[in-house]
Design a protein around this ligand. Sequence first.
Ligand code: IVH
Length: 708
Amino acid sequence: MYSNKDKKSLTELSKNLLKGGSSLFPEAPEKQAADLKKVLVFHEHQYYVLNNPLISDFEYDQLFKKLEAIENEHPELVSPDSPTQRVSNDLTESFNTVPHTVPMLSLNNSYNAEDLKDFDESIKKLCLLPEDMELEYVVEPKFDGGSIALIYENDQLVRGATRGNGTQGDEMTANARVIRSVPLKAAFSKHGIQKAEMRGEVVIRKDIFEKMNKERLKNGLEAFANPRNTASGGLRMKDPKEASQRGMVAFLYTIGYAADKDGNDMIPSFKTHEESMNVLGELGFKVPGESHKLCKNIEEAAAFCAEWEAKRESYEYEIDGMVVKVNDIALQEKAGFTSHHPRWAIAYKFKAKQATTKLINVEYQVGKVGAITPVAKLDPVALAGVTISSVSLHNEEFITERDLHLGDTVLVERAGDVIPYIVKGMKDLRDGSEAKIVFPTHCPSCETQLLKLEGEAAWRCPNYDCEAQVIQRLIHHVSKNAMDIDGFGKSIVERFYGLGWLRNVADIYRLDYSKMSELEGFGAKSATNLEAAIDKARKQPISRLLYSLSIHHLGKKVSKLLAAEVDHVLDLAAWKAEKYVDIKDVGPKVAENVIEFFGNEKNIELLKDLESLGVNLSQTEDDRPKALNVDGPFFGKTILFTGKLLLMGRKEAQEKAVAAGAKNLSSVSSNLNILVAGEKAGSKLKKAQALGTVDIYTEEEFLKILEE
Ligand code: IVH
């Protein structure tokens, strides 16, 4: 939709507008407003549609405020498609029922490769095609949110509606307008389309949902149950202002209706589903894009479905399956619809995410800062492809709120992320043999009396030397996100602790490798490997070291922020509260805990001890903040490395690209600008060549551009 040249010039225009450059032309508020509108629409697209913001939220807000100020002074310049006009002040009393231009149907379901094969055969039968012919399919995620139908007339968004019963839904234009990935204006007329109704699913990104919930809890509001209900509920809010707070985006997955000015059907003018999605992307809509695949036959489609089933949890959005669609629009028209579903598409449903089982016992785990976590032991049950035998119950309140008892039948779900949880207990199924869960008053490890800090849900063991806590702190220190000591995991920590070799994290750096090599099942090689891994950890950036110290509330993000501010870790010992709070995103709670940590002489001794053992305590290059390189040769471009790279490692190449202003993508799509093809580049190279819009470089060419 925007060429790289557009991106560059719009980003420059944004910077000029931010600098107040427009005040040079006070006589032309029309021009200023038009420029501001143009850059705001561009940045909305970069942020919400492409997930690739090119300016900070703060800068965006500044530009927005500038436009608001001009529009306040010159109300005649306000147009309905202005970014300032997304959120209306008007409350909806009751939603109007409106008919859909053509019915919004459901999908037929399939559950395995066999079902998909049957589907493929049925299409060929319907379309009178030879049995052995290979049909092309587009496979895309089945987004799990709220369905939406958007009508554009003369390039303007004129109506939004929910699916309702499929024939008619609730009109909710005001809420559709607050979804910032939905363009208020789109150039359908370029394609001869005067009126179009598009279908899509409104969803909320899982990380944004989590953040929103944290914020709600902080403000004393109840947490939302899951992204799906929050999105579909968001479409039905009476106050568009509230709806605008839910971080909703809409993926468009089909054109339900399109007509020219004489009412002629325009859908057949697209040859394929893929092409129609590319056109929607080009018009500024969010489409499955990177997450879809054009498959050359049903076997490839089935393999892609299986691949996504395995990785569904790591995807940014909640999905409950994949949708397999015949790519050829002429074939789609031939296959047609039943009253329930299109015959040319089918949902591939993922395995159930919910199951019921018995809660057998509760065990209590002590965390690295002493928090006591109750863990339910369950009768093992299969859930979305794995067997679940224990789930976290989080804290005492979680148990009392759900009124869980030992022996209860419970409903378990694996949603949003990989961690399963108990949705509810089935009280109706009790037979009287169930027993109340009694939360302990003393630490299960050291028997110290537990206490609860104000504002916290967890009971905590206050004994810093509690054995369970010490072990947890050691495990955390060596873990992937902390010092990342390869080969040093929970079992080794427990074993060395048991041998009396480890009492605090500094002991890790004075392990005796010759003694270690004599351990049963260990050997010289394992000891040497561990020694090398520990040596590597000595040089880790201080952001990792800070994070590895198990300071209450100090996560990876704030560790990085603090590391960027100090030359040496011990500098923090002199920091006062104001200094922490001055850093954006460092809250008073974490500040309090870091101050407490550095106020304790024992901890200072520990850090000095670590330093004397060769552990790095000084800021490294990695700790210093990296600015987005606006002047880099690849600024604003997306890049993908494929094939075997001979001149550099893949990670190194990706880092070089980022340093030059680019963003790495993981697959070929219409969003991709540059493909660097190494040796034996295969399907990705072919696909990029077929797109015709991707610049293809060799490794040498890529490096040459960097040098220049
Ligand atoms: S195609 C006529 N594609 O799934 C076309 N639907 O039962 C029919 N959904 O609630 C739908 N992601 O909103 C299609 N990539 C996708 C989808 C998708 C989610 C939802 C749709 C509806 C349900 C269909």
